[in-house]
Design a protein around this ligand. Structure first.
Ligand code: CTP
Length: 465
């Protein structure tokens, strides 16, 4: 037990030390760090991070489950106590709760934790040179060489975000339009193909399809047939049958196919789903999800009446929580659109009817509305405000207006794209566990709604001719 105060030179019975880490793929650097940390005192507490916390702070692709990481720390014999670190600000709480004298970490953190000096001593220990979990992860798995199809707006972001994910490298790009391809090549110094899609594929293990919507499924099919893994922007296809065909093709060829609905891969969105399912709001009876963005009138979202518009651009987001929570077997569907001049949908509302449960997905490109997600249950409701599709926080509210549970779950980067990329890499390497964030049947179910929407909009457009 500690007595006295740090820094006053009073005699203490036990000098308590604390350190933290992920300790993924336990290595010599971890061992040496724990040994040195223990030598700083008499009692060592080791905080091991949860996967959720690692995700929030941008540490992606952790391989070992937390129990393995804890076991490995214990096996060294240096830790007297192991705790789990799962939230920002926990270090101050732990230091006070466990009456810690010395906080220590490796020298890669030099200066970052000086603010803890008001609570205890802070020591940065020399880091063991030449080894890290990241390096081991990269060595264990082949680097996925990914090629990008399309050189549009999202691509610079994709480039930047891949740099935060271990095990993937952008090696080439493809754009059939020579001018765009040239401009891209000179800006990003990445080999860019124009006419020869097969040759472009040859240099890759995987592709990211970010071309115009109507070209997605053809590129996906060709790549899967060539045995390449595919991450495809939403919507992947315009028909149910095509979505089924592509997932079957991926399965047959033993490759990964993933639809890029970013929200599905964010830690905060997973938390909304868990909280919704854990019974705190009772039985879920209604879901309302809304996403609107008024774009430039010349933009594809606002002008391409055949292959774009509100629903094709934003419907994947608004359908996602409904399909995730209520499932793929809705009893009935009703689609209503507000059309712009050329027959493009500027606002689309899809009502889903399940047994004793209802849901609405509202998507707008020319109508502005409150972009919120409300999940209503028999005991309370979840309210995630705009931009809920980039989930960072949400509330759970009840009959008693004074009772509000607030949840925060941040993520790293501006738009969370790196979580989708990290999931893709884990799936390719078979390290991601079961496929639950967005299953093939959920993606197919959304393609079936897209098909019905396309039929309806096409029929309306025919009346304009
Ligand atoms: N550490 C060390 N020497 C190394 C690697 C890690 O002293 N070669 C220390 C870190 O400074 C930290 C602790 O071990 O205090 C746990 O680090 P962790 O982040 O889990 O390990 P890394 O190998 O740095 O992991 P990553 O590559 O994922 O960042």
């Amino acid at each position: 037990m500690s007595t006295g105060f740090w820094g006053l030179g009073l005699e203490r019975e036990l000098r308590k030390v604390i350190t933290y880490g992920s300790f993924d793929l336990f290595h010599e650097g971890h061992y040496q760090l724990l040994k040195r940390a223990k030598a700083l005192g008499d009692h060592l507490t080791v905080g091991v991070t949860t996967e959720h916390y690692d995700l929030m702070r941008g540490k992606l692709n952790i391989v070992d489950p937390i129990m393995t990481r804890i076991d490995n720390v214990l096996k060294t014999g240096f830790a007297d106590k192991v705790i789990v670190e799962d939230h920002e600000g926990q270090k101050i709480e732990d230091i006070q709760r466990y009456d810690i004298d010395v906080f220590t970490l490796g020298s890669d953190w030099e200066g970052k934790f000086d603010y803890l000096r008001q609570y205890c001593g802070v020591v940065y220990l020399p880091r063991t040179a030449g080894i890290s979990s990241t390096a081991i992860r990269n060595k264990r798995q082949e680097i996925v060489r990914i090629g990008i199809v399309g050189t549009g707006r999202i691509v610079p972001r994709f480039f930047k975000e891949t740099s935060f994910v271990s095990g993937i490298e952008v090696v080439c790009a493809y754009n059939p339009e020579v001018e765009s391809a040239k401009a891209f090549e000179s800006q990003y110094q990445v080999e860019t193909w124009t006419g020869r899609f097969g040759e472009f594929l040859d240099g890759t293990d995987a592709i990211y399809v970010a071309s115009p919507n109507e070209t997605h499924s053809d590129y996906v099919r060709k790549a899967l047939m060539a045995g390449k893994h595919v991450l495809c922007e939403k919507p992947m296809t315009f028909t149910c049958a095509e979505a089924v065909e592509l997932y079957e093709l991926a399965k047959k060829n033993g490759v990964t196919l993933m639809e890029g609905i970013r929200t599905a891969y964010l830690p905060g969105f997973s938390q909304i789903l868990s909280v919704a399912r854990n019974g705190g709001i009772g039985e879920i009876r209604d879901i309302e999800a809304c996403f609107t963005r008024i774009g430039n009138p010349a933009s594809r979202e606002m002008s391409d009446a055949k292959y774009s518009g509100a629903f094709l651009e934003y419907g994947s987001y608004t359908m996602l929580p409904i399909i995730k929570l209520f499932g793929v077997d809705y009893r009935d569907l009703r689609i209503d659109c507000v059309y712009g001049k050329n027959g493009i949908d500027v606002y689309t509302k899809v009502n889903f009817f399940y047994d004793n449960r209802i849901a609405t997905a509202k998507s707008g490109a020319g109508v502005k509305s409150e972009g919120q997600l409300v999940i209503s249950g028999t005991q309370g409701y979840i309210l995630a405000k705009s931009p809920w599709w980039l989930t960072k926080e949400f509330d759970v509210r009840y009959e008693d207006p004074l009772k509000i549970d607030h949840y925060e779950s941040t993520f790293s980067g501006e738009d969370g794209l790196r979580y989708e990329i990290a999931e893709f890499v884990s799936k390719i390497n078979g390290t991601g566990g079961k496929d639950y964030k967005l299953t093939a049947s959920e993606s197919i179910a959304m393609a079936c709604v897209v098909e019905k929407f396309m039929e309806k909009r096409r029929a309306y457009q025919e009346t304009l001719q």
